[in-house]
Design a protein around this ligand. Structure first.
Ligand code: PMP
Length: 361
């Protein structure tokens, strides 16, 4: 199958804007008349420094990052942040964790190596089918921070409000960063693996209120210190140069499309279309409850695993790729990141409707 014949619903790494990929293709062997590829440049060269600075500026513009906050380009994925956050911010004390899915659960577990991670909320009992309300959050006024994951990639739930907490907010935005306007000033720290809405895998973006840095545990490896990375402008060591360059290209596309406000509008449109059908379908059912549903990862199933498998097989034959749910949950998952066009959702819906006609129960 060719690129024109498929829609890629992968949860990450996932679809990227075609214009960014084409620009990278043009630049691949010879970056804008320099005679070298971005992959071949020294990270200390003037040319790469310009790419780095521009990308950081574009990111700050897209997210409206206030001057109180620093943007870091790190490695180690979201998973390294599960450890970096408590090593730098917990000071051996206690933090509040809202466990609403797999990755916030992992983050809480990791934090317990460095102090105490109290459960401010835990939706495990109902299969992480919803997000707790503000009133349900059990908040400790002495917590060093409140940790949550704004979009649960596996379960398909998304926080539709910003929690109000006595302690600084720390948020894993790996799967919904740059998909809506965010008031960054409300956050102590935001992190996101790049491989969904930003760039290829290998880059993690951290936005941190500088006032929170510099309190890392003495055992913290230098490369895991936010303070050191702030001082070195993310270049204590070699940064993920290619991914940073790609993020710049994706941000060019984002800006041309109307920025995060336009992304929010599109994500509503894409997801609402799918959920509307799921709610009236006699065969398919959505996993997440209304009010908690993710507009990035739409999770659903049929009444049987056999039918689910048949659906996934048929989807792949039609070029609707990577629709299988995560191994923890089974079922299906359509990941609708920024670069997914509405035509992808329409093609999926057409197939779902046809499948339902043939498999009505
Ligand atoms: N947080 C979220 C919300 C995720 O979806 C993922 C991975 N898909 C992670 C954290 C872990 O990220 P990584 O694989 O980059 O370590």
């Amino acid at each position: 199958m060719s690129r024109e014949q498929v829609f890629n619903f992968a949860p990450g790494p996932s679809v990227l804007p075609e214009s960014a990929l084409k620009r990278a293709q043009e630049d691949l062997l010879d970056y804008r008349g320099s005679g070298v590829s971005v992959m071949e440049m020294s990270h200390r060269s003037k040319m790469f420094q310009a790419i780095f600075d521009e990308t950081k500026e574009k990111f700050k513009r897209a997210m409206r990052v206030p001057d109180t906050h620093e943007v870091l380009f790190l490695q180690g994925g979201g998973t390294l942040q599960f450890a970096m956050v408590p090593m730098n911010l917990l000071e051996g004390a206690s933090a509040d964790y809202a466990v609403t899915g797999n990755f916030s659960g992992k983050a809480a577990k990791e934090a317990r190596k460095y102090g105490s991670a109290r459960l401010a909320a835990d939706t495990t009992a109902t299969g992480h089918d919803r997000i707790p309300t503000q009133a349900e959050l059990r908040l400790n006024p002495d917590a060093k921070y409140f940790y949550y994951c704004s979009n649960n990639t596996i379960y398909g739930t998304e926080w539709q409000y910003v929690p109000e907490t006595p302690s600084p907010l720390v948020c894993d935005m790996s799967s919904d960063i740059l998909t809506r306007p965010v008031d960054v000033s409300k956050y102590g720290l935001i992190f996101a693996g790049a491989q969904k809405n930003m760039a290829p895998a290998g880059l993690t973006v951290v936005v941190i209120d500088r006032r929170l840095a510099g309190k890392e545990l003495p055992i913290t490896p230098e490369i895991m210190s936010y303070q050191t990375m702030i001082e070195k402008d993310s270049m204590l060591n070699t940064p993920p140069c290619w991914c940073i360059y790609m993020l710049g290209l994706v941000l060019d596309w984002l800006e041309e499309q109307g920025g995060v406000a336009a992304m929010e509008q599109r994500k509503h449109e894409r997801a609402q279309k799918l959920y509307a059908y799921l709610d009236e379908s006699g065969l398919f059912a959505a996993h997440a409850l209304p009010g908690s549903r993710s507009e990035m990862n739409v999770t659903f199933r049929t009444p049987s695993e056999e039918l689910d498998a048949e659906f996934v097989r048929g989807a792949a034959e039609r070029g609707l790729l990577n629709i299988k749910g995560h191994r923890i949950t089974g079922g299906m998952r359509a990941s609708l990141y920024n670069a997914m066009p509405m035509e992808g959702v329409e093609a999926l819906l057409a197939y779902m409707k046809e499948f339902e006609v043939h498999h009505h129960v």
